[in-house]
Design a protein around this ligand. Structure first.
Ligand SMILES: Cc1cc2nc3c(=O)[nH]c(=O)nc-3n(C[C@H](O)[C@H](O)[C@H](O)COP(=O)(O)OP(=O)(O)OC[C@H]3O[C@@H](n4cnc5c(N)ncnc54)[C@H](O)[C@@H]3O)c2cc1C
Length: 439
């Protein structure tokens, strides 16, 4: 490869804050709002045009699994009260019933309001592109935007970019994807269709939902008639009359940290969308007149880097329902959810229906503290865990709850002027309990 030598130059320091959160997905939202509510000076940067990450930009409205997170309930309840929802939506359902989910369009507005009310300084259209560190301690982040290259200095940086871009820039060791071959879960661009007759339509919410239709069983029809590697049928109800959210595009062999792979994934998913609409019209009752109405702003990436933390969460921790002494997110429950790395459907390792755990597990703070590097915490799907454990804690509610724990810990550490890794975890837990967390 040829190289161009870029000349060095002075770049403006546009802010100096207590806590800088990068990435406004569920994990970044949890961290930023929680830390700001303690009185810390918090800035949140996001590369997109609005907060929410996969929950909004990725058009994934279905918050799976369970977690004990008062902030998540607050977000859901506020969103469901939005006057912008259709009047017919007054069904008495909660966002967690029947896979109706949290409507992503109204969620955007809720998140804007909550960030503003909690005093977070939000800066959109801003990509973190580097770190400023000294002696293995992160002290700030370099950003790029329409305003050029700028610096934000912070006492603590929380990496909630999903992929862990900042941790990677800082040199935290990581593994990409699964341990044996670095393969990552497939990528999906979510979209919505209208014109569905809800009185006759079916809504298979998982790969393991088998439904007999006049022309055959729905998942078997999908495997035969959908463009490979698409081939499964996942359809979610939503709040807009006649609209359905579709989780059926599928691209394998994608490294979500590689811009050329990302471009390929966007193109392949868009090619599949029209064919999926035609499949639904042909084979699925209630969908005969369906049409494309909207699609996510970006292809959804399920898995990339797993960083090395002071502790690495394992599948056994989840199955054994481990309560760690340094818990920061409690009562988490979900199945392992590994999509087929090579094609449609579920990986043989990704049991859903037959998943068994002894109860709910906790996330330890140590899994959010990177090895070697100070001044930095991991939050969301990029915390330290194995490929299989990640397939469980990657769901949005658990990621948001991790953010709440990490945001609280960062605020306590900054206030007591200690390294993030040395924070008084009992003090952090006392604050979480006071804010409604239950163990
Ligand atoms: C297709 C798909 C379907 C899914 N289905 C479900 C489901 O049914 N139920 C469920 O609960 N979960 C589901 N998930 C998982 C879940 O959505 C994610 O794991 C979760 O959103 C992760 O939260 P996060 O905050 O860590 O990351 P994200 O939601 O990915 O948010 C990361 C944010 O960081 C921003 N960002 C990235 N890099 C930078 C940078 N360098 N600088 C600035 N900003 C940056 C991004 O724009 C984004 O807003 C699904 C995921 C995908 C992709």
């Amino acid at each position: 490869m040829k190289f161009y030598h870029e000349k060095s130059k002075d770049i403006p320091i546009i802010a100096e804050v207590d806590i800088l959160v990068a990435g406004a997905g569920p994990a970044g939202i949890g961290a930023a709002i929680t830390a700001a509510r303690t009185g810390a000076k918090v800035m949140l940067i996001e590369k997109g045009a609005y907060p929410g990450g996969i929950a909004t930009m990725g058009m994934m409205s279905h918050w799976s699994g369970a977690t004990q997170c008062p902030l998540m309930n607050e977000i859901a309840e506020r969103t469901m009260k939005s006057a912008a929802l259709p009047i017919e939506t007054n069904t008495g359902l909660t966002p967690f019933d029947c896979f109706w989910g949290i409507p992503h369009e109204c969620l955007k507005q809720t998140l804007f309001e909550m960030l503003k009310q909690s005093g977070v300084t939000l800066q959109l259209h801003t990509m973190a592109v580097g770190v400023i560190s000294d002696n293995n301690k992160v002290k700030g982040v370099i950003t790029e935007s329409k305003s050029g290259r700028e610096v934000i200095m912070a006492q603590a940086v929380i990496d909630s970019t999903g992929d862990g871009d900042i941790a990677a820039f800082a040199g935290v060791p990581y593994l990409l994807g699964r341990e044996e071959d670095n393969a990552c879960q497939p990528a999906t661009l979510m979209f919505r269709i209208g014109g569905v007759d809800y009185s006759r339509a079916v809504f298979p919410p998982s790969f393991e939902t088998l439904i007999d239709l006049p022309k055959g069983e729905i998942q078997a029809l999908g495997r035969v008639h959908l463009p490979s590697p698409a081939g499964h049928v996942l359809l979610y109800k939503n709040y807009l009359p006649g609209e359905v959210t579709v989780n059926m595009t599928n691209v394998t062999g994608i490294d979500g940290t590689d811009v050329r792979d990302l471009t390929r994934a966007e193109m392949i998913c868009r090619e599949q969308m029209e064919k999926i609409v035609l499949f639904l019209r042909e084979y699925v009752p209630g969908y005969e007149k369906c049409y494309l109405t909207a699609s996510g702003d970006m292809v959804g990436i399920r898995e990339t880097r797993h960083f090395k933390g002071l502790y690495t969460l394992t599948p056994e921790d989840i199955v054994e329902a481990t309560v760690f002494d340094d818990w920061i997110a409690t009562r988490n429950f979900f199945n392992f959810d590994i999509h087929n790395i090579k094609g449609a459907g579920l990986d043989s390792n990704g049991e859903q229906k037959h998943f068994k755990a002894k109860g709910e597990y906790t996330i330890p703070y140590r899994a959010c503290v990177p090895e070697k590097i100070d001044g930095l915490l991991l939050s969301g799907r990029n915390i330290s865990g194995t490929h299989k454990a990640h397939s469980n804690y990657r769901v949005m509610g658990i990621c948001l709850n991790i953010g709440v724990g990490v945001g609280t810990a960062a605020a306590v550490a900054v206030k007591s002027k200690c390294e993030l890794r040395n924070v008084d975890i009992t003090k952090v837990q006392q604050i979480l309990l006071k804010n409604g967390t239950e163990i």
